[in-house]
Design a protein around this ligand. Structure first.
Ligand code: PLP
Length: 452
């Protein structure tokens, strides 16, 4: 098994550091973990698990023994913190009146939420379709692109992730999800991720060459109907330039290819704007939203697209049971109201400057850090054994993650060597500082190990 290819999305549950973690766990926790392991399907990145969580509050998760973790991972649902009382109250009110709405009927909460969503978006994006999860929304977007363009092929970015279902893994690039799966539809072609630190092009600062790769495919293949990508890649935090996205938009327009932006993990303030594409002066043809959209409580997601694409009335793009979910819509409305009334976008912009400076200082302090990149409250710290060769520091990243977990800080490791930090947007400056000092301690211990 090529271990490294399994590390792209996140940290796996069979690493040596994971084994060491179990060796010091208490017997009550181990007993619960064993029960869990005996009941649930084992799968990479989830079961077997590493601790049992009993409660959540603010930025914290608390385990059954009372240990608290600052949650800088949160599966990207926790923009407005865990167990937000405002969202809970709204969802409770909805539960008391209309918890579920069968298809063929609608409800005012769904109408209000759809209206609210489109009011935040460029005028052209004014048609909504809800679904219970992000992967389903990606599937609906791919189906819609076929209806609109009559073309069945898709271009996506290598190593991308758009969900775990068959159609989503067909456009995603990660081996973790594709192993054993055989032929996948839709047929997909990849262009490389527009990265800077490990760019395959020179000069490295210019990532518009990546967009040229898209054009090369479209010149040769008239059956491509859509290009799908995350506006900013969440897992290992890859931030394309404005030039890249402007050029992609222009290419898609020229070839009549729909631009599908997947902002499932990063919309709703993570990057300091409501939607990440706002940073680039472009607008997608189809926008995929999810995760935090449910206020950190209800699984819920949305596709938003153009009125002119509302041409599939005779087929079902997303025939999902919980489509116009009153609970999901109540949570979504509460999320937006909370983000706006607490001025969280402005707060995240200020936090972004703080993080850039604080992580820049860590980079100056530790040779192990090859690159720091981020925007808003989404940051990646890429660890390398040697700054000139950029050899990935994979074991070191694993040890650092487990050291931080031990000291109460949870985050994700992507590509095997990128520490990904995405705390709740409500986090205080003191809490951010506390988390960074846990990370500093772990980096110092690791540097002591590797120093000549
Ligand atoms: C970029 C991206 N797209 C799609 C999905 C799928 O969303 P869901 O897990 O809600 O199906 C994810 C989930 O991690 C994601 O990160």
């Amino acid at each position: 098994m090529n271990q490294e290819s399994l590390l792209i999305e996140g940290d796996v549950n069979f690493s040596p550091s994971r084994q060491a973690w179990y060796e010091v766990a208490d017997s009550a926790t181990l007993e619960l973990l064993k029960k869990d392991e005996d009941l649930f399907m084992h799968q990479s990145l989830s079961t077997p698990c590493l601790d049992v969580i009993a409660a959540a509050e603010g930025i914290y998760l608390t385990d059954t023994l009372g240990k608290r973790y600052m949650d800088f991972h949160g599966n990207n649902v926790h923009q407005i913190r865990h167990r937000n009382p405002f969202v809970i109250e709204r969802v409770k009110q909805q539960m008391d009146t209309l918890p579920f709405c069968p298809r063929r009927f609608t409800n005012t909460t769904a109408i209000d939420f759809a209206g609210k969503l489109v009011s935040l978006l460029p005028q052209a994006l004014n048609r909504v379709l809800f679904a219970p999860g992000g992967t389903s929304v990606v599937g609906m977007a791919l189906k819609l692109a076929r209806v609109v363009t009559g073309r069945h092929r898709v271009v996506s970015l290598s190593d991308s992730f758009h969900g775990a279902s068959m159609d989503a893994i067909a456009v995603g690039g990660e081996n973790q999800f594709k192993k054993y799966m055989g032929t996948l539809v839709p047929e997909t072609k990849n262009i490389p991720q527009p990265v800077h630190y490990r760019s395959v092009f020179t000069p490295q600062a210019d990532d518009t060459s990546y967009a040229d790769e898209l054009e090369k495919i479209l010149q040769q293949d008239s059956q491509v109907g859509a290009f799908i990508a995350e506006t900013i890649r969440n897992t290992d935090v890859q931030i394309p330039s404005r030039g890249f996205w402007q050029r992609v938009r222009e290419i898609c327009d020229r070839y009549g290819v729909l631009l599908i932006l997947d902002e499932i993990p990063i919309a709703f303030g993570r990057t300091g704007t409501m939607f990440a594409f706002e940073h680039y002066g472009i607008s997608p043809d189809i926008l995929c939203l999810g995760k935090g959209l449910g206020g950190g409580i209800i699984p819920f997601a949305a596709m938003v697209t153009k009125d002119s694409y509302n041409i599939a009335g005779d087929v079902s793009l997303g025939h999902y049971t919980h489509e116009k979910s009153p609970l999901g819509c109540a949570a979504g409305l509460a999320l937006i109201e909370y983000l706006q009334s607490h001025k969280l976008l402005e707060k995240v912009q200020a936090d972004s400057a703080f993080m850039a400076e604080a992580l820049g200082e860590l980079k100056n302090k530790y040779r192990l850090i090859g690159d720091v990149r981020g925007i808003g409250l989404l940051w990646g710290i890429e660890l390398v054994r040697d700054r000139s060769t950029k050899v990935k520091a994979i074991e070191e990243a694993g040890r650092i993650m487990y050291s931080c977990l031990k000291n109460g800080l949870s985050f994700k490791v992507s590509q095997g060597n990128v520490l990904q930090l995405s705390p709740p947007l409500t986090i205080t400056r003191e809490e951010l500082q506390k988390a960074l000092s846990v990370l500093d301690t772990a980096l110092a211990a690791e540097t002591a190990v590797i120093a000549p």
